[in-house]
Write a protein that binds this ligand. Structure first.
Ligand code: ZN
Ligand code: ZN
Length: 407
């Protein structure tokens, strides 16, 4: 494979370290990535690539380089409403916002991959699309780009690629065929009671008792209705009712979060939730039908086995077999798959490590990984710039070249 173009990245990395630090210092929340999008455009403007703004704060770079396949690589760009506590000298300068999921690293590594491919056009043939997607954290960004005509505005890819930094050992890459991230659904439920004075419960239908029964009964969906070994999570993340000790409220609100790998099981769980809620309302004599509102819905991320195998093989060849491992699926969720699904093309999504190897191994030996190594979304999450940045550029280019290299 044409991997010699990855052997001397020093100049590119010097620049990317600066880009990474600056984006890290200026995190922008979902759908507000204006300065980030401009920064990406500024970086791309130095290169011989076509640049388009799609979906508000989405940016797409296209490199047309003769005949051959079209490969799309995607990075997400948004930050989280988290107050950074890493103490790094390049910490967030924005109050209450932080790149706590590492999307700044995704931006920097994809910019690096675009630059490597744009400046080494004699080493490959085909079309490369670098797609910078906003608002992953709220599951709105991929859809915003699709709603703005992404499918008609860029060449049709035959494969899509994406990666995520993880709190695992830097230098390692985790791949897997099949489900790698769960489908995620949030659900707001309102159930109705009848309000009354706290001293006169006989005049009320108490929504606190009703909601409590619902919460307990929902626990049986996974424990009693789901086949042992099948993966599902049903979490009641919020339960709100009432305002005062001597008033019986007239409604309760529940916020649920669901995670699944199997679309059919996902439908069964949603049906079970609605069935249980309606039946408990009936049992309580609730005066009004319950309301269900689904939101923040993330699709399943399900790696195509053929693409995953091709990319994994390319990683193993380039990085060595000790660097590449088969990962278990994570229960987190992503909206990346909406893009390949809209083109009806296969995709692969993989994890890259970001923790200094000595630090990671020490925590692993001591059994203190969860205490000592801050994970994504933590105010302490801090990927090691080196070697994470270099490896993230290399993984993107190596995976793309598995399709685009001229042998
Ligand atoms: Zn995240
Ligand atoms: Zn993320």
């Amino acid at each position: 494979m044409t991997t010699h173009i990855l052997t001397n990245l020093d100049d590119i990395l010097t620049r990317l370290r600066q880009v990474y630090r600056e984006i890290h210092q200026h995190p922008e929340l979902s759908l507000e990535e204006h300065a980030t999008a401009e920064r990406i455009e500024t970086e791309l403007s130095r290169l011989d690539v076509e640049v388009q703004r799609i979906g508000g704060t989405g940016v797409v770079a296209v490199i047309r380089n003769g005949t051959g396949p079209t490969v799309l690589a995607r990075a997400d760009t948004d930050a989280l409403p988290v107050a950074e506590q890493t103490g790094l000298e390049y910490s967030s300068q924005i109050d209450g916002a932080m790149h706590a999921c590492g999307h700044d690293m995704h931006v920097a590594t994809l910019l690096g991959a675009v630059e490597v491919l744009a400046t080494n056009k004699d080493s490959w043939s085909g079309t490369y699309i670098g797609l910078f997607q906003p608002a992953e954290e709220t599951a709105q960004g991929a859809q915003a780009m699709l709603d703005d005509g992404l499918v008609d505005k860029i060449p049709t890819p035959e494969v899509a690629l994406s990666q995520h930094v993880m709190p695992t050992e830097a230098g390692t890459i985790g791949t897997s065929a099949g489900p790698i991230l769960s489908a995620g659904d949030s659900l707001k439920i309102i159930v109705y009671g009848r309000g009354a004075h706290g001293s006169m419960p006989h005049n009320a239908v108490d929504p606190v008792v009703l909601a409590s029964s619902i919460v307990m009964r929902l626990q049986t969906i996974v424990s009693r209705e789901t086949k042992p070994g099948e993966f599902a999570v049903v979490t009641v993340g919020a339960l709100n009712a009432g305002s005062k000790s001597n008033i019986i409220a007239d409604r309760a609100e529940l916020l649920l979060n669901l995670r699944t790998y199997d679309p059919e099981l996902r439908q069964r769980i949603m049906a079970a939730i609605e069935r249980i809620v309606r039946a408990e309302c009936e049992a309580s004599g609730s005066p009004q039908e319950p309301e269900f509102e689904y939101y923040d819905q993330f699709p399943l991320t399900h790696n195509d086995p053929t693409v995953n195998e091709k990319v994994t093989e390319a990683f193993t060849q380039f990085f060595g077999s000790e660097a590449v491992y088969e990962t278990k699926p994570y229960t987190a969720s992503e909206d990346f798959s909406r893009i390949p699904d809209a083109f009806d093309i296969p995709y692969a999504y993989w994890f890259i490590g970001s923790v200094a190897p000595e630090k990671y191994r020490r925590a692993l030996e001591q059994g203190t990984l969860s205490e000592d190594i801050p994970a994504n979304h933590s105010p302490f999450f801090a990927p090691e710039i080196d070697p994470t940045l270099e490896i993230g550029v290399q993984t993107q280019v190596v995976a793309a070249l598995a399709y685009l290299a001229q042998d």
